[in-house]
Design a protein. Structure first.
Length: 263
């Protein structure tokens, strides 16, 4: 089964029906990460429409400033979410340094909760890579998906040592640095993503809306870089995701779905 471990399904607007059909017909297990509270509430509704969609709650670093003083309000949504994300830090694309303390406060709140509740996290790490690794260590969050890693190679190595999983996404089609990262990640920590629907549009600076099937281009590119085949890469990534959630107390149902004979 194909794994798309980081997607913004609530951003599909008019194309949502088509995207969900594609997820079901192509059998793409989809981790649907939220940007903020309204986004999570919408994803919960979307999640009811497909067995292959897992909605998760997080506050994106871009939205952190709006939530830093409302954290107790978020507790019940964290409690009900089977995993945490998208959360993280962005000191690169977010230029307003006044938001950085809020980003840190929100991230630490979510990481602490993930540690306490034994949930996996889905992380955005732009220019905050080392700081994020330190928080994972401090709160003993052992199951982390580092989404679209593009940071320094030494922190990548430290994250690999800690056992973080890494999603390779559409930038592998265009960037030599990301290709290098895609070759560096050890077999057992490799995952795939699209960051749909906007990532390709953002990279190519056009108005293309990427559909779920984009994950196949990612798998093919990663397979070529790692001297593997798309089929073996797909199976490897599925095995990795299954291992990551193997003892997850919140995801036993999902596990059965991933391991189902026709998956
Ligand atoms: Zn994202």
């Amino acid at each position: 089964m194909l794994i798309d471990a980081h997607v913004h399904l609530d951003k599909y607007a008019d194309l949502l029906d088509q995207a969900l059909r594609e997820i079901d017909t192509q059998r793409i297990f989809t981790v649907a990460t939220a940007m903020d509270l309204p986004s999570y509430l919408e994803l919960q509704e979307i999640g009811k429409r497909s067995d292959l969609v897992l909605p998760t709650f997080g506050i994106h670093p871009r939205r952190a400033a709006e939530y830093a003083n409302r954290l107790p309000e978020l507790g019940r949504y964290i409690d009900m979410s089977p995993a945490i994300g998208e959360i993280g830090l962005d000191f690169h694309w977010v230029k307003d340094t006044a938001t950085y303390p809020a980003q840190r406060k929100v991230l630490e709140y979510f990481i602490a909760a993930a540690g306490e509740q034994n949930k996996f996290v889905n992380l955005h790490t732009k220019a905050g890579e080392k700081e994020i690794l330190d928080l994972l260590v401090e709160y003993n969050v052992r199951r982390a998906i580092i989404h679209w890693y593009s940071g320094p190679m030494d922190v990548l190595a430290a994250m690999i040592d800690f056992g973080c999983y890494f999603t390779i996404g559409v930038e592998v089609l265009y960037s030599d640095y990301i290709k290098e990262i895609a070759k560096t990640i050890p077999d057992h920590l490799l995952l795939t993503e699209t960051d749909n629907p906007g990532a390709l549009r953002w990279l190519k600076k056009n108005d293309e809306i990427a559909m779920p099937v984009t994950i196949k281009s990612v798998v093919k590119a990663v397979a070529e870089l790692r001297q593997s085949t798309p089929e073996r890469t797909e199976n490897l990534v599925c095995a990795n995701f299954s291992r990551m959630i193997k003892d997850d107390p919140w995801l036993s149902e999902i596990r059965n779905r991933l391991l189902a004979p026709n998956s």
